[in-house]
Design a protein around this ligand. Structure first.
Ligand code: SF4
Ligand code: SF4
Length: 71
């Protein structure tokens, strides 16, 4: 499986945690900072582990995540 690149738009994240539950590699984690709406947004804390499966983006109800797959 190739590598992936995951990008989270902090201002769209409502900290529901769905992406954290589905990521098979534990890439994502809750940031220590809050976004402009007061939510502790999710960030890729271990981006090098991302395999580009896209599960996090599929699960996110707020369309806050983009995933790119590298061959
Ligand atoms: S694309 Fe897959 S491996 Fe990468 S952060 Fe999302 S769920 Fe985790
Ligand atoms: S699923 Fe979306 S809104 Fe929920 S914590 Fe993850 S990035 Fe934030």
């Amino acid at each position: 499986m190739g590598k992936g690149k995951v990008i989270v738009d902090a201002d769209w994240c409502k900290s529901c945690g769905y992406c954290l539950m589905v990521c098979p590699k534990g890439v994502l984690g809750v940031s220590g900072d809050v976004n402009r709406f007061g939510y502790r947004y999710v960030s890729p804390l271990k981006p090098e582990e991302c395999i580009g499966c896209g599960l996090c983006a599929t699960m996110c109800p707020d369309i806050a995540i983009e995933v790119y797959k590298e061959d």
